[in-house]
Design a protein. Structure first.
Length: 503
């Protein structure tokens, strides 16, 4: 049986529980390009059982952390040798422009692997503290257990690596559920894992739909859920995990603002917004789709944005000149079209773009990059995550008003401030309530910078030492030397508070 018709469970390619398959459809041609096995709940049970056995009785959680680091470094080397192949796969399955697939989808995960390995190599896994009440306290960090990691389709390999690699470095066993829209790069990752000799059971990869995700999140054999997706789905995940008192981290939606100060250069800002707002066709949780500009320079910034958008090439994602490819699915294309229609009904003025297919394109799930002006921050197109190439320009009166507008959102994932005055821009950035804010850059995806949201954008952090800590439990070991011949614990005196002394 072809590997695409098998499932990667516990480090082995096995036959699935059913004959059901997932059709992978090209967003550019709308043709079926592959069929892969579609996991069933029974396959999830097998994967969790393998992970449970690997964690409870296998060597991986008890392996020296530096040995785990060495294996991840080996994986990074294997990955780097196949980056070009991965870029081709991702452009094929989800329509990202090939230049972006090379520079971001394919390259960044390898960089992250190496950075995560460096973080783990320097991590303080254990420390001894002199006890306040006498004796020693040894504080250690142990793997949390079996991790269910669920990722969406928009940055598939990047998000899989962001969860899988820190979990493995921590010593966890992982059941990874990628999206059914992007299973091909998930198979690519499984093939790479085969090369580095992880112990049996440590990793399973099950590309599948919502039923698979629901079964995995609720599975009693799972110790932690790490989820990236919509806020609505994140609430459901949190509810299940809360009922089970299961650890959970959530990286959810965004509706981020780019605050353009009145001394910023319009051309530089427009160039930055082509990345900040329209990267990956706007299919990014960190997309800064609200562009806040000073009222008295409104026309300058709008004219620069219109010019930049009109010069974007939309079309075949395999053409190196293309900057905007198709949406990942017909459903996503229709969602974005509905929001464009909604913006018009709400009274926003359409300057560029719209719902029609781009000129010269007759098929594919394309959306023309779109710019709205005369947007009120209360409009739905300014408050709801569209997840497509749609920007809204919103005018403000002064710096305080700009900060108010930036924070007037249920989300808080990303953002930026643009100004040649770094001190002023930094002061404004610190007032923006968001997990990540860039100054004169869209955002930082540096793997040592903790990433995550506030408000309805999520719980917890990924990347850096903080991301590694999310897959660890902190445990304390109290050690006393000698025998204490007293009814009170050593170190407790008349000066110790009565609630501790037991008086």
């Amino acid at each position: 049986m072809s590997p695409r018709q098998q499932l990667y469970i516990g480090g082995h390619w096995v036959e699935p529980a059913t004959s059901a398959t997932i059709e992978v459809i090209s967003p550019h041609t709308e043709q079926v390009i592959a069929r892969v096995a579609d996991p069933a709940p029974d396959d999830v049970d097998r994967a969790v059982a393998a992970a449970r056995s690997a964690f409870d009785a296998g060597p991986w959680p008890r392996t020296d952390p530096q040995q785990r680091v060495a294996i991840i470094r080996e994986l990074a080397a294997c990955y780097r040798a196949r980056e070009d192949e991965l870029a081709q796969l991702i452009t094929t399955e989800m329509g990202a422009p090939i230049t972006f697939s090379h520079s971001a989808h394919a390259k960044l995960p390898g960089v992250m692997m190496r950075a995560f390995a460096e973080t783990a190599a320097g991590f303080r896994w254990q420390e001894t503290r002199t006890g306040f009440l006498g004796g020693d306290v040894v504080v250690g960090h142990e793997p949390v257990g079996v991790v269910a990691a669920i990722v969406p389709w928009n940055m598939p390999m990047f998000l899989m690596v962001a969860k899988l690699i820190p979990a493995l470095l921590a010593g966890c066993a992982v059941v990874l559920k990628p999206s059914p829209e992007t299973p091909l790069d998930a198979h690519h990752l499984a093939e790479l894992l085969d090369q580095v000799g992880l112990p049996p059971g440590v990793v399973s990869i099950l590309p599948g739909g919502r039923e698979v995700g629901r079964h995995l999140v609720a599975h009693p054999g799972v110790d932690k859920v790490s989820f990236t997706g919509s806020t609505a789905a994140g609430r459901q995940v949190a509810e299940v995990c809360g009922g089970a008192l299961r650890r959970v981290s959530l990286e959810l939606g965004g509706k981020s603002a780019a605050v353009v100060l009145d001394d910023a250069d319009p051309e530089a800002v427009a160039t930055g917004m082509m990345v900040a707002g329209l990267m990956n066709g706007g299919q990014a949780c960190v997309a800064q789709t609200r562009v806040l500009v000073p009222q008295h320079r409104w026309h300058e910034f709008v004219d620069a944005l219109v010019s930049a958008i009109e010069n974007l090439t939309v079309g075949d994602p395999f053409d190196p000149a293309t900057r905007i490819g198709p949406m990942v699915s017909r459903r996503q294309q229709q969602r974005v079209r509905d929001y464009i229609d909604l913006g018009r009904r709400e009274g926003a003025r359409l300057l560029v773009g719209g719902t029609e297919l781009p000129a010269g394109i007759e098929c594919g799930w394309y959306i023309r990059p779109t710019l709205f002006a005369d947007v009120n921050n209360a409009m739905r197109i300014a408050q709801e995550e569209i997840f497509g190439p749609v920007l809204s320009v919103i005018a403000y009166t002064d710096d305080d008003h700009a900060v108010h507008l930036a924070n007037d959102s249920e989300y808080g994932l990303s953002g930026s401030v643009w100004s040649p005055d770094i001190a002023r821009a930094t002061a404004i950035a610190r007032r923006v309530r968001s997990g990540t804010v860039g100054v004169n850059e869209p955002y930082s995806m540096d793997p040592v910078a903790p990433f995550g949201g506030v408000k309805n954008s999520g719980i917890g952090r990924e990347f850096g030492a903080e991301g590694l800590a999310g897959y660890l439990d902190t445990v304390s070991l109290s050690i006393r030397r000698g025998v204490v011949n007293s009814t009170a614990p050593q170190g407790i005196t008349a000066d110790t508070p009565s609630e501790i002394r037991g008086a």
